[in-house]
Design a protein around this ligand. Sequence first.
Ligand code: FAD
Length: 580
Amino acid sequence: MSQLDPKESNPILDFALNYEYPPYKDQTGTDKVVAFGDASHKCPIYVEQRPPCNDACPAGNDIRAWLTTVQQIETKKLSKEEVYRMLWNEVSKTQPLPAVCGRVCPNPCEGGCNRNEKDGSVSINAFERWLGDYAILNGFDHEKLTDNVRPETIAVVGSGPAGLSCAFQLARRGYKVTIFEAFKETGGMLRYGIPPYRLPRNIIDAEVAAIERMGVEIRCSTVIGKDISLDELKEKYDAVYLAIGAHKGIRLGLEGEDAPNVMTGAEFLNRVHSGEKVDVGDQVVVIGGGDTAIDAARVSLRLGADKVTILYRRTRNEMPAIDPEIEEALEENVDIQFLTAPIGIVSENGRAVAVKCQRMELGEPDKSGRRRPVAIEGSEFEVPCSILIPSISQEPEWLDAERYISGRDWLKPKKDWSLEDGVFAGGDAVNLGLVCGAIGDGRKAAESIHAKFTGEFPPLEEKKVIKAKDMSLEYYEDAERSERGHLAPEVRVKDGLETEIDQGITEEQFIKEAHRCMSCGLCFDCRQCVSFCPHGTIKRYKDNPVGEVMYTKYSECEGCHLCQLICPCGYIQMGGAEGL
Ligand code: FAD
């Protein structure tokens, strides 16, 4: 980052010198106007604000703290090894699955990043993956918040990201946790939905193993509601967390859907990822526009299909699937027929042989705000298929359903994530979402469970979110965003299901991305305010951590506002010291 020299002309200083301060009322109520150097009624105050990356992260990660921790290799002259360990401890406060999320999260944090207003967001997701992989390679353990073992025991149903996150957070707090998982292996949709070319299974295994090393017991192939009843769990454990996901694929409701070569995307992916040989034939038709549809299509290609067609009734703009996944599917020659809806199945000898389709156009917006597809009369046509994979959505499949479910099959917890006293729920079973959301849900439920036993609630985060317009982006040097390496389409499809496409970033890029963080809303010790203060009233504490480094001698401050104007990250505001 560049330091501005107060002795030289520069745009910020020119701006400050020519700045026309708005009129203000002095203590007698008289209107006054100040110019640079005049005394004013206001002095700098130091206000930490919420960076937009943190604000946009459903997992609740303190991303600014992650990135600025790595800056300490230079600012505090610490060794890389020391800093990576500190970073890991910071990350693992909220994120037990960084190598997983660093691969599959569609990174809402990057959409919010103020650096988008300059030269592109920080590559936060790739940064997270690098650290996650480093932690796996170096066998890092998670830090516990206490060495004490609490007397209460907790049962978690489901080992997807919501269940794992809840179990992890409770284990950090000293609880004895047991996860019950219906499938043979852990991970939920991470393993039985997302394909290995996007998320290698050894990565799931390694991050689950780190959670087990905290004392969490995982019992696979155990179905709650069948092998053990929910009542037994409630009796034996002090609290139960239901993180059962949404694994039942929703069907189209068309005649002929019971044929053996018609299966929902959730079922298809589950069977393939469970190791079953699924014969897709040469012409696969997938219906839907979400992640499941795109994954089913790309998996089919890797299982040997010649032609894979996705039928989607709206346009690309409305497609809910993660955008890079759509892009990669197109690169792999998946044919996506937009504005096309299935209206029937053509069957021969009990098997589906074609899908009857109709072209659509977009009409008025529906309840979701997306424009409703309207059929175009006389536009019917057929697409032949060797297998038909409807992938329009999923819903929870819960064996003890009648207890909590009314209307559609979703669990509906209260604000504290409880369904009733001692039973909590979260993740996809409550609201179909993303891995980061499920991780956030699991943590919040763990905090509620902990509060139930201790009365300790987590502090409320009420800080204002800082926007780029409230910062001085000129201060930060231009630095091109680092992009991850990717395998080329012609190589990756041929190489099959197991070959990972995303090659991540290098250590050098990882450090560079950390330095691209602008520390929005929190002092990073650039000392511009100290250099520019005309009266030398801003002082620096010695050896204080980042974020609490400056203070003002208010008795000598003239309220010239220069420090506020010069502060790159928007941490300095004028106001609080009036009358001092
Ligand atoms: P799940 O991951 O579904 O886990 C629930 C677990 O509960 C399962 O293991 C299940 O077996 C178990 N269970 C259910 N009932 C019982 C019972 N009675 N007894 C014991 N165990 C039980 N999100 C992203 O962020 N990025 C992506 O790229 C992405 N791609 C996706 C691709 C596909 C094909 C799918 C289907 C989803 C994708 N998602 C993606 C969404 C993401 O996977 C889910 O939001 C997330 O896994 C939800 O976590 P969960 O813990 O709530 O549920």
